[in-house]
Design a protein around this ligand. Structure first.
Ligand SMILES: C[S@@+](CC[C@H](N)C(=O)[O-])C[C@H]1O[C@@H](n2cnc3c(N)ncnc32)[C@H](O)[C@@H]1O
Length: 302
């Protein structure tokens, strides 16, 4: 994430997180002769460069801070935001489910505050590319700022464009994955299908179930298959060993996640036939799988 030359000590060019005794967090890119100004005093970067990660440092007012390297989750949660951002609990699951990894071309809309853009740029690695669309230039400026702070701007191309007009990558059919975090994703299902390579992964996040229903209809119409809808729930615990219990509050709802794969028309027809055949069979047998089928499955597993 940062061009560190030392795994153990903070170096010029590294991104660092300073955490106060009150758990207030500050992100900085360490730059010689720069300084971090906080409500608890000033910390010259020169005093931080060369210090061990995980060490205690002090401001000019003698206030203590812990110097630590931020994780990707820290970066996503601590950067400035002007929009609803995506949260690590959803992002991690999305990246794994969509198979996003090194060397891929991934498209997203909208850029928003660049939270997901940062995670995508991290996942595709130095050989990969993220193309991030947004209709609002001020959002792209903020997203660029946040992606730059993470040291990942070189992996991202920002495009200021209404995706209703389609993605520039369409026709090339080249994208490995495409993610929509926009208010009306159902309006762009056909454009997404055109920009994805055959078999490419589609994903989206929506706050309400009625929006999900509308998107499901649009995805089926546009030629997507293997469609899934789910949500993730994450509960933190108070880390007091003798009174271990969940924290009093949790983020109960961030959004519904919708996943699909872009397939060619003949594959879509086959999957639809197969689904109806299975449904018919299950109804005939009152949803009970015949014993010989179960045995056969076990043989296949062996
Ligand atoms: C919720 S924000 C995205 C947040 C982003 N995923 C993040 O993690 O920071 C939605 C963004 O979609 C953009 N948007 C809405 N409609 C669009 C369209 N038709 N084309 C491109 N961008 C659009 C908005 O300007 C806004 O910045």
């Amino acid at each position: 994430m940062s061009p560190t030359t030392s795994r153990t000590h903070a170096q010029a060019g590294d991104i660092a997180m300073l955490v106060s005794a009150q758990n207030k967090r500050f992100l900085v890119r360490l730059t010689p002769d720069h300084k971090l100004e906080t409500h608890r005093g000033i910390l010259p970067h020169n005093d931080l460069i060369g210090q061990s990660w995980g060490s205690r440092v002090r401001s000019h007012l003698d206030s203590p801070f812990v110097l630590i390297q931020p994780t990707l989750a820290d970066l996503l949660m601590e950067t400035r935001r002007n929009t609803q951002i995506m949260y690590p609990k959803d992002i991690g699951f999305i990246l794994v489910t969509m198979g996003i990894g090194p060397g891929q071309l991934v498209i997203e809309a909208g850029s928003g505050s660049g939270s997901f853009t940062t995670a995508l740029a991290h996942a595709v690695g130095p050989q990969g590319r993220v193309v991030s669309y947004d209709i609002r230039p001020e959002m792209q400026r903020l997203a660029l700022k946040n992606v730059s702070l993470a040291g990942l701007a070189e992996r991202v191309t920002f495009k200021e464009k209404d995706i209703l007009a389609g993605f520039d990558e369409a026709g090339e059919g080249a994208a490995d994955a495409l993610f929509l975090d926009v208010p009306f994703p159902h309006e762009y299902a056909a454009q997404a299908h055109a920009a994805l390579k055959p078999g490419g992964s589609f994903g989206s996040i929506l706050p309400t179930t009625n929006q999900v229903s509308t998107l499901l209809v649009a995805l089926k119409r546009a030629g997507f298959a293997f469609i899934d809808v789910c949500e993730t729930m994450l509960r933190y615990y108070k880390t007091v060993p003798e009174r271990l219990r969940p924290t009093d509050r949790m983020v109960a709802h961030t959004g519904y996640l919708i996943f699909a794969r872009s397939v060619l028309p003949e594959a879509g027809e086959l999957l639809n036939q197969e689904t109806s055949r299975r449904r018919g069979k299950a109804m005939q047998s009152e949803d009970i799988e015949p014993a010989e089928d179960i045995e056969q499955d076990e043989d296949e597993r062996a």
